[in-house]
Design a protein around this ligand. Structure first.
Ligand SMILES: Nc1ncnc2c1ncn2[C@@H]1O[C@H](COP(=O)(O)OP(=O)(O)OP(=O)(O)O)[C@@H](O)[C@H]1O
Ligand SMILES: [Mg+2]
Length: 245
């Protein structure tokens, strides 16, 4: 058995449920009760999740909208903390979370590349050395010195993927962002992920494209009702998942 690089043990994540305040008017007129209900009601978005990922594995996470997939990636990336349970991660995590997450809208593409690289733990010199490769991979050189608030969705996805893909990831987390890229770019990203897989990079891939999951992943976790419904080899999980739709 290979070394385990990600271990989630009995992880739960919940958020306060604000909309249970019975409407603002009621809330104001019943202030103590309203505050009590606000404090007490929480929505559990992950319930007692446990799984492990070995070094070099490619794990897919699938499930319907709101199931908790991005929350799991956020926990592995360390941007979210579990309400209960423990998350262990060994190695440098390169996260490409939801579209535009981690980008500052007023900074240019080039500045955001630097900012993201530094947040991932690289030195400024390391990033500058790779800057040309990153920009070339985006294929949006003419926009690279524009603030990213003027970027289209596909251009943001290009920028995000190019950063994580060109800075030697150890654990690559990809949330469903490729879908907004055009066909050429999607192919380029999937090819790059296959190359990482061959080179032993650990990959966690969240996607609604079962074709892409089949190409990249060995094993898949299906999240349903905020818990793990299935954790098995890619073909077994996808055939069950598609049969249930
Ligand atoms: N900051 C937050 N506060 C309250 N609820 C949240 C917060 N972030 C996420 N949620 C809720 O957690 C649940 C899981 O969200 P998550 O983004 O992980 O789903 P997902 O599986 O990635 O869905 P999708 O396929 O739509 O991307 C949702 O019900 C969502 O509303
Ligand atoms: Mg999501």
């Amino acid at each position: 058995m290979n070394r385990r690089v990600v271990v989630l043990k009995n992880v739960s994540k919940s958020y306060p449920l604000y909309h249970q305040m019975m409407g603002i008017k009621n809330f104001l007129f019943n202030l103590p009760k309203g505050i009590r209900s606000m404090k007490n009601s929480r929505i559990e978005v992950l319930k007692d999740i446990s799984f492990e990922i070995e070094k070099g594995e490619s794990l897919g996470i699938i499930g319907k909208n709101g199931a908790g997939k991005s929350t799991i990636l956020g926990l592995i990336a360390g941007v979210l903390k579990p309400t209960k349970g423990t998350v262990f991660v060994e190695g440098r995590v390169s996260p490409l979370l939801e579209l535009g997450a981690g980008f500052h809208p007023d900074l240019t593409g080039r500045e955001n590349i630097l900012l993201n690289g530094i947040l991932m733990g690289y030195s400024k010199a390391e990033i500058l050395k790779k800057m040309d490769n990153i920009i070339a991979f985006t294929e949006i050189r003419e926009f690279i010195d524009q603030p990213v608030r003027v970027y289209s969705s596909g251009m943001l996805a290009r920028l995000g993927f190019s950063v994580v893909a060109n800075l030697d990831p150890e654990i690559l987390l990809i949330d469903e962002v490729l879908a907004v890229g055009d066909m050429d770019f999607q192919k380029k990203c999937i090819d790059k992920m296959e190359e990482f897989k061959r080179n032993g990079v650990t990959i966690v891939f969240v996607s609604h494209s079962m074709d892409n999951v089949k190409r990249i992943c060995d094993r898949v976790i299906w999240i349903e009702d905020h818990s793990i419904k299935m954790n098995n080899d890619v073909n077994t999980v996808i055939s069950n998942y598609t049969r249930m739709r």
